[in-house]
Design a protein around this ligand. Structure first.
Ligand code: ZN
Length: 483
């Protein structure tokens, strides 16, 4: 599907002015994104990445506040003039554990450190591009405001721990977004589209079992196995799957098996659950049943279970008013074009995918060059995002641009490998242009912001928001950063 792939010829339009600011800065911006890819810092430990982004914004003339909302790797950079709308641009920069990968290749190859060990982390969700793209939008928008004198305030939010930490939900709970009129963000992907989808709400919960160790052969009767409890809990939860609504998903990771010795009864073991459903109340209902299963497993094994609620996020509320405006800007700017060399690398990646796309005729290129037709409220993305909690209190719109080969799975080595490609850079810079143009359009037309806010109220947001993370749950930030 395609709409207006080529921008109309118009001298010095708002979109063109913004686009040329970003083009001028592109070597610095791509270098910044590449450096964050290299750092590959995971949730709540993104000290280097946050510093690079915050310093760049400070250098561009923004006022920076570090550690907002009590999160050491969160920050906010603002610039404004006059009485116009306050527009937030959301940035992320966290990597994923276990996804270290060399870039620019078409086979799995972890990066090694100086001692020959796997470096561990990798940008498997493209958040190095996300954070830098939103920064590029903020800087270009500032230039545009300075040149035109248009009233408005830009706030760049450096949001840590999207993966497994729901950093934004904590920030929302702590009031870090107070005073913002609209929020814009994007995610690198393999389509060009304004994304009008809801997402799943979720809870992440840690179940720690404690038993009693003993010699597994000489005195097994005195031991109480925490590992048995984890295994029985998972069996119970897997039986629960048949008796939950279709839309419920839950997944678990065993994060402590109790040790490496089969001849010791394991006294401590732990499993982390991620429970998803269309709305928070559905997650809550499944959570209660999984807690019962954990208690049952403890009872069966003579162990104790400690339930630690780790984090949560809501479902996303799309905002059609903002999305339509974003779509108009996207149509004005067109979509990135890719070179033959870029398409060739994408085709090589495509060949490594379990289910390469195909079947349609003609076969689309692995890096699409079309803009999807805007479809308001096009269903659910099945996964979750902490952008959702922002969308409950502030009208929020998001877009996606082509940075990766069609159908590249998120959180895979293939996504890490493509993270510093020229195609990824193009997609990032293009997303920045669309976001900055949308923000400028909102500043020029503040009535649209009011309309977007009314829409959010109609959909149950703002007053209807209840943070899914209880007030006494603290974010698991880096221990050395606590003050
Ligand atoms: Zn992501």
């Amino acid at each position: 599907m395609m709409a207006n792939a080529h921008p109309p010829e118009e001298e010095n339009s708002r979109e063109q002015r913004i686009a040329s600011s970003i083009d001028r800065l592109s070597p610095q911006l791509t270098a910044l994104s590449d450096r964050i890819w290299e750092l590959a810092e995971t949730k709540f430990e993104e000290f280097g990445s946050a510093r690079l982004l915050a310093d760049r914004l400070e250098e561009a003339g923004f006022d920076v506040s570090h550690g907002i909302g009590g999160l050491p790797t969160a920050f906010m950079a603002s610039f404004g003039q006059g009485d116009g709308p306050v527009i937030a641009l959301l940035g992320e920069y966290d990597a994923l554990p276990g996804l270290s990968q060399r870039d620019g290749v078409d086979h799995p190859e972890p990066l090694l450190d100086g001692s020959g060990n796997d470096k561990g982390n990798g940008h498997g969700c493209g958040h190095h591009l996300l954070g830098t793209g939103s920064l590029a939008a903020a800087i270009a928008l500032k230039e545009y405001l300075s040149e035109t004198g248009l009233p408005g305030t830009i706030r760049y939010y450096g949001c840590p721990a999207e993966e497994g930490g729901s950093g934004k939900t904590f920030l929302v709970r702590e009031g870090a977004f107070d005073g913002v009129d609209a929020a814009l963000t994007w995610h690198p992907g393999y389509g060009n589209a304004v994304v009008s989808m809801t997402s799943a709400a979720n809870y992440q919960v840690r179940y720690r079992f404690e038993g009693r160790s003993s010699h597994a052969a000489a005195s097994p009767h005195t031991g109480r196995s925490a590992l048995d409890a984890v295994e029985l809990m998972n069996v119970g939860a897997n039986y629960l799957r048949e008796h939950v609504p279709q839309s419920v998903r839950f997944h678990y990771a065993v994060t402590n098996t109790g040790g490496f010795s089969p001849n010791v009864v394991q006294a401590k073991a732990e499993v982390v659950y991620l429970i998803r459903a269309p709305e928070v109340r559905d997650v809550e209902a499944v959570y209660a049943r999984i807690n019962d299963i954990a208690q049952g497993a403890a009872l069966m094994t003579g162990t104790e279970v400690h339930i630690h609620f780790e984090k949560a996020c809501s479902n996303l509320i799309p905002n059609v008013t903002l999305e339509r405006m974003m779509q108009r800007c996207f149509e004005q700017l067109g979509v990135p074009a890719f070179t033959e060399r870029e398409q060739r690398y994408a085709a090589a990646i495509s060949a490594t995918l379990a289910e390469p796309s195909g079947g349609s005729s003609p076969i689309p290129p692995p890096l699409p060059e079309t803009l999807d037709v805007y479809e308001p409220e096009a269903g659910s993305m099945l996964g979750s995002t902490d952008v959702a909690d922002v969308s409950w209190i502030i009208p929020t719109a998001q877009l996606e641009t082509v940075c990766f080969t069609r159908d590249t799975p998120f959180h895979s080595w293939q996504m890490v490998a493509q993270g510093r490609s020229s195609a990824a850079h193009k997609g990032m810079l293009h997303a920045a242009k669309v976001m900055a143009a949308t923000a400028a359009a909102l500043m020029a037309e503040p009535s649209a912001v009011l309309e977007a806010t009314q829409e959010l109220r109609r959909r149950g947001g703002i007053e209807g928001y209840a943070c899914p993370i209880p007030g006494d749950v603290l974010p698991p930030v880096h221990p050395s950063s606590r003050v």
